[in-house]
Write a protein that binds this ligand. Structure first.
Ligand code: ATP
Ligand code: MG
Length: 582
């Protein structure tokens, strides 16, 4: 028994050679969009790519890389030895130098083109050629596909240098944004929300770029100066990085018959998506049309659940364009994101994002992305009016499914088995007028308080919008809520198990829905600031705290991280909002 256990837990991948043995590429090489001459992947000049799944791109290594962090959780899931993250050949590969990787790993990576829709409107003007053929992964370069413990994973460098889609930019990511992305992915996974995963993070000791950023304490919406920042490469991992935008690029080409194989390529990409992301729920034997419909149904279900989960944990994507919407239904692109402190339905951390991508508008933004997803697939059903009609029904049914997911989520946050509209509406009004800290409020509520005093820990007293009579209204609300959840709980039974619910059980369940710790922007700022001085201790501390967001943790952690946002952090660039995610 002891032997068996140690065998199961001991890492099976201790070196890059071990990892190389698991390399297994499912790239559609028949859909390589670059002419033969460019197979070495070193043509970084912005150019139009008219067809195909990907272009070969050799990443540009960062100079003199230094280890910052790796995901211990994910390494353990993959059976990777922690020591590998600091081994010379692993560091070399995941800081962008794949020229020496062992066979059968490939010495050239790849980047993909994609289209852009913003809130359901198609765009091409962001493409330097105005056609949409020059837009895509501008700094994301995939370097490996491997089947590990029966699961296929794609590993992608972010900040891996220029690609044909870089649009004149440098293809780099800075340490600041890479720390944010690395930690946010770790946190999101620990929150139980589907996401691309963090693998590793390396910074250059010598290479820097200039980026616009805020002077300390700046209240201006836009950065007011250029700062020099170290470049970094974080590696993210997912079953695939196919975006709704990529399907759209293929869908638009098919719709406009831009080239003779456009429809065929769309079908191939759809089948590839099904294989990479939906193989467990869509039978390979089905016809293409059947697959399209099941794919749309399944994506709808994943997307609605994803967005309800975002709202459950206080996450705002900030720029929920179709090119930031993973077709596999998980969170992707941690640039303009934020976790809200003060509850505000209009919370939007990114100054460029607009209200359409605000916190509680995310269900509508998701619906627009779903519409674009279905529009992209519809040429595949062009000769089948009944199937097209079914696809349309799936689009029409989005808001109902979304609403159901939201109601279930709100009920769970309140420890109730059903949604009570009047109770919720009054709560939402009170949360805005008080206003409350979103995370702290629901966590305090999870202790089933008998009066409103404990809830006041979440109140931003200085920001009160309607102080008159608030306490009385809160007390009335709490009494009403308690009558549903609290006093009569002993008599209640669980609909599924028939077991009686105790107060302890309800509190326990609520604490698994309402996290105690949330990756607030003002916690990230000191972590990446210290990191820029070569001190990674706060990054690692935050990683440790934020990968157990539901646990109580120590008193010391609670004192430091379970707190209201300080008044001096309000309305400050880089702390309350950001204009730049690169
Ligand atoms: N420094 C950069 N160099 C080249 N391209 C960039 C750079 N910053 C952003 N881009 C490109 O701009 C586009 C939109 O920006 P966005 O912030 O969504 O990208 P990103 O942060 O690189 O994201 P993603 O996580 O979606 O790959 C993407 O095509 C992206 O690759
Ligand atoms: Mg993006």
């Amino acid at each position: 028994m002891i032997n068996q256990l140690s065998q199961e837990t001991s890492p099976t991948v201790a070196t890059l050679d071990d990892l190389a043995k698991l390399a297994n590429y499912s790239l559609m090489d028949t859909l390589n969009g670059d002419p033969d001459a460019k197979q070495n992947g070193i043509d970084y000049v912005p150019r139009q790519v008219f067809t195909g799944h990907y272009v070969p791109v050799k990443p540009t290594p960062i100079e003199d890389p230094e280890y910052v962090a790796h995901s211990k959780t994910f390494f353990s899931e993959l059976g990777f030895a922690d020591s590998m993250a600091q081994s010379a050949d692993f560091v070399r590969m995941f800081s962008g130098d794949i020229s020496q990787v062992p066979e059968p790993m490939r010495k050239v990576g790849w980047a993909c083109g994609y289209a852009l829709s913003i809130f359901g409107t198609e765009y091409t003007q962001q493409c330097p050629f105005g056609t949409g053929n020059g837009y895509g992964d501008g700094r994301a370069v995939s370097v490996l596909e491997a089947v590990i413990k029966g699961q296929r994973w794609e590993m992608q460098l972010k900040g891996g240098g220029r690609t044909p889609y870089c649009r004149g930019a440098d293809g780099r990511a800075v340490l600041r944004s890479s720390v944010r992305e690395f930690l946010a992915q770790e946190h999101m996974h620990a929150l139980g929300v589907p996401t691309s995963r963090s693998l590793s993070l390396y910074v250059s000791k010598t290479e820097t770029v200039k980026r616009p950023w805020y002077s300390q304490g700046s209240h201006s919406p836009d950065p007011d100066r250029l700062i020099t920042e170290a470049v970094a490469i974080s590696t993210r991992v997912a079953p695939s990085f196919i975006r709704v935008g990529q399907l759209e690029l293929f869908g638009r080409r098919a719709r406009k018959q831009e080239h003779p194989k456009a429809l065929e390529e769309l079908e191939q990409l759809m089948l590839h998506l099904v294989e990479r992301e939906y193989a467990d729920v869509i039978d390979q034997q089905l016809t293409s049309a059947e697959k399209v419909l099941l794919l749309a149904r399944e994506f709808r279900s994943r997307l609605t659940s994803l967005v309800a989960n975002w709202i459950r944990v206080g996450y705002c994507q900030g720029n929920f364009n179709s090119d930031n919407c993973a077709a596999g239904g998980f969170t992707l692109d941690y640039g303009p994101f934020g976790f809200c402190d003060v509850f505000n339905p209009q919370y939007q951390p990114w100054t460029g994002g607009g209200q359409h991508f605000a916190f509680l508008n995310q269900p509508v933004a998701a619906e627009r992305n779903f519409l674009m997803f279905c529009t992209a697939l519809s040429p595949l059903l062009a000769s089948k009016p009944d199937d097209l009609e079914q696809l349309q029904q799936l689009v029409n049914g989005f808001s109902t499914e979304m609403q159901a997911q939201m109601e279930q989520m709100w009920a769970a946050k309140l420890g109730l088995s059903t949604f009570h509209p009047a109770l919720f509406n009054e709560l939402e009004t009170l949360m805005v007028q008080t206003p409350v800290d979103y995370t702290i409020f629901f966590r305090e509520l999870s202790a089933l308080p008998s009066d409103i005093e404990p809830l006041k820990k979440s109140f931003y007293q200085d920001l009160q919008r309607a102080p008159e009579g608030l306490d009385l209204r809160w007390s009335a609300w709490l009494t009403q809520w308690q009558s549903l959840v609290g006093s009569s709980t002993e008599a209640k039974t669980d609909a599924k198990t028939g077991q009686p619910h105790t107060r302890e059980e309800i509190a326990r369940q609520m604490k698994l829905v309402n996290p105690k710790y949330s990756l607030r922007e003002w916690l990230l700022v000191p972590a990446y600031s210290q990191a820029s001085e070569g001190d990674y201790s706060l990054v690692r501390e935050l990683q440790a705290v934020m990968t157990q967001p539901y646990a109580e943790q120590s008193q010391e952690v609670e004192d430091k991280y379970y707190r209201l946002k300080a008044s001096e952090f309000f309305a400050v660039g880089g702390l309350s909002y950001l204009s730049c995610s690169s």
